[in-house]
Design a protein around this ligand. Structure first.
Ligand SMILES: [Zn+2]
Length: 359
């Protein structure tokens, strides 16, 4: 029966699409017996997946390997947030569904509703198991067992490598004090500089350095510097609308970086240094657009503004030693030569708007 299914599957694949075979959905066709699950909305070649995923992610998601137990980075994660497919960002689980299973892999007793996960019969290694894959990209997640200790009785046993985690802090904080607290993500060249400036602005609740706008999940600083991830260095700013406004935040933004140089800030060159505003709603879009139109109309700069205005998708926080970089490294030449002048310019122009607490 299995053999028949495989042959049928392969024949079907061959007739229906040459490209499907080229991307080699599965080198071992007997690994999954249900080839009907090939109608995923995201289909990429193995080469493309290799470019987008880390080696470990690729092995698990695309080659169905299993990470060693008790090694995954999300195993003990207890923060509030959403677990997404590391291949395509499909939202699969929330923190509320996670439980300690002591089996060595992140475990969940439920999935986010809506058919985001497909179950596939798996008879590999002489066992009878249910494999779980992302319904969007087909990425291997792990297995589903019916020995869960909670009311659902289910245990979704998932590789950390198959998942990315998005902390809910920003979202939660925003809903807590609705209307007052807002979030905007801005790329204005080196994030160390931009972060240092906003730390000083009154009304800014928090500033986090990270990456946005690219195709690689959880990129490292090194990967972004290589310029192949598509990400921009950004700061994510949570601000209080009672004390400041997006208007003011963007005025600061256009003061402390040069929005007219494409993919470059001073000596920092590359797509990761592009000038970009990631908006979260129509209002933010309109504010950004009108300020840029105004700057161009009044010819504030010698050249036209090239700042991109694009919808926000996901933000990846940079490593801890990249946060508060300026205040931690004031003696470093880059801080003295590049960041300090920007801070001085900001302090001069916005002197009434600085945070009252002295740092
Ligand atoms: Zn996926």
């Amino acid at each position: 029966m299995k053999l028949f299914n495989s042959i049928l599957g392969l024949t079907f694949l061959f007739i229906s699409s040459i490209s499907l075979i080229a991307c080699g959905q599965n080198k071992s066709a007997d690994n999954t017996s249900d080839k009907k699950t090939d109608n995923f909305s995201i289909i990429k070649t193995n080469d493309d997946w290799k470019k987008e995923l880390s080696i470990e992610q690729y092995k698990v998601l695309r080659e169905k390997e299993t990470e060693r137990p008790f090694t995954g980075k999300l195993l003990y994660n207890k923060e509030k947030g959403v677990y997404k497919c590391a291949g395509c960002g499909n939202e699969l689980f929330t923190d509320e569904m996670k439980f300690d299973s002591h089996c060595g892999w992140p475990s969940f007793d439920k999935e986010i509703a809506g058919g985001k996960i497909k179950k596939v019969e798996d008879n590999s290694f002489g066992m009878h198991r249910t494999e779980i894959v992302c319904a969007k990209c087909g990425g291997h997640l792990g297995h589903l067992f019916d020995d869960g200790p909670t009311a659902t009785g289910m245990r979704y046993c998932v590789n950390s490598e198959s998942l990315t985690f998005q902390k809910e802090m920003a979202v939660a904080e925003a809903t807590k004090t609705k209307n007052n607290i807002d979030t905007i993500t801005l790329g204005g060249g080196c994030y160390w500089c931009v972060e240092a400036v906003y730390e000083m602005l009154d009304g800014v609740v928090s500033v986090t350095s990270g990456f946005s706008g690219g195709t690689v999940a959880n990129p490292t600083y090194r990967e972004v510097c290589m310029g192949n991830t598509g990400h921009a260095e950004v700061v994510q700013i949570i601000y209080d609308n009672k004390k400041t406004s997006l208007d003011e935040i963007l005025k600061v933004f256009f003061t402390v970086h040069d929005p007219t140089t494409l993919n470059r800030q001073g000596a920092d060159e590359g797509e990761q240094y592009r000038s970009v505003i990631f908006y979260r709603n129509n209002e933010q879009y309109k504010t950004a657009k009108s300020i840029i139109d105004e700057l161009n109309k009044r010819k504030v700069y010698d050249n036209p503004v090239v700042t991109q205005i694009v919808p926000f998708k996901v933000f990846y926080k940079a490593a801890d030693d990249h946060q508060d970089y300026y205040s931690q490294n004031q003696e470093k030449p880059y801080c003295k030569m590049v960041i300090q002048p920007k801070l001085e310019k900001f302090e001069k122009l916005f002197k009434d708007r600085l945070k009252k607490t002295d740092k």
